[in-house]
Design a protein around this ligand. Sequence first.
Ligand SMILES: CSC[C@H]1O[C@H](OP(=O)(O)O)[C@H](O)[C@@H]1O
Length: 369
Amino acid sequence: MKINGQHYRTIWLAQDGWRVVVIDQTRLPFRFETVALGSAEQAADAIRSMVVRGAPLIGATAAYGVALAMRADASGAALEAALALLGGTRPTAVNLRWALERMRRVLAALPAERRSEAAYAEAAAICDEDVALCRAIGEHGLPLIREIATRKPAGQPVNILTHCNAGWIATVDWGTALAPIYLAHDAGIPVHVWVDETRPRNQGAALTAYELGAHGVPHTVITDNAGGHLMQRGAVDMVIVGTDRTTANGDVANKIGTYLKALAAHDNGVPFYVALPSPTIDWSIRDGLAEIPIEERAAREVTHLSGLAEDGEVRPFRVVAPGSGAANPAFDVTPARLVTGPVTERGVCAASAAGLAHLFPDLANRATA
Ligand SMILES: CSC[C@H]1O[C@H](OP(=O)(O)O)[C@H](O)[C@@H]1O
């Protein structure tokens, strides 16, 4: 996407042709800073610390992390060590496992001397495919917004609520949940986005608001607890969120708080869509609550907030009573029954095993083969 007229992806090769440059998302929205990753260890640290975040971008960064490892040592042992290191960074987003398994499939079969070049090529392919997948999600989600617009009074915007950040910053480009919104805005359909701040890391207030503002999309940041109130008063026409792992039958793991939005949407008859690129589908599981690992992050992410201090510096502030503990589950699971429809790169379907298998027979069959 564009920032100040310049087009960016979220990950690219440095001019030296081998280090991997990423945007440091922990510094946004107040500082636009990049980091050049030079090793698998640095890539793992970037994922673990959320310098890079978002399921598709985590997968892409891990793929390049393997390429960095192969450039240094292309032995079989080094490959397995890199896969284990990167695979242990964050447990919920299945794109990480998907990308690493794909890198293993390509590289394990090659002689060591060909692995580095092949790894960079495969990581680049994963990135290019992600851009295409996300753009296609935008195309398939656009009619959903357009249809609501036809039922609104002339000039009245379609009010869309989103949670966390599933924009271009969470992917290689375009985003997932925000892709249909960008396309609707660019097509001249009046849209307005209610942006959940998304405690504790404030991906909504810091990243989604930053993205939408840069693209000129009207939006309002709200507290996480305001969404149900707005839905009760008819101020939300649809909800669209991202996902970090969706089961074969449509159960959705996404940022903590998503489930509560789905409950409020269900109670108020508001359509609840999940933007779902196929690498985020875990075909091996069907019970999200029982089988999706939920990341527990540090209590400090709850007890402290990072923000712009009066002196213009970005620093953390304590917002919880000293001595109080904090729990920090980073995701929750929304059962398929609360999901109106996954919006995938192949279309919108029912949130069910049949719905997903109908759109992806090639992937569903491979999983059960
Ligand atoms: C397009 S994936 C975005 C997805 O990732 C976020 O999690 P995190 O910020 O912890 O990486 C959140 O669940 C978003 O919906």
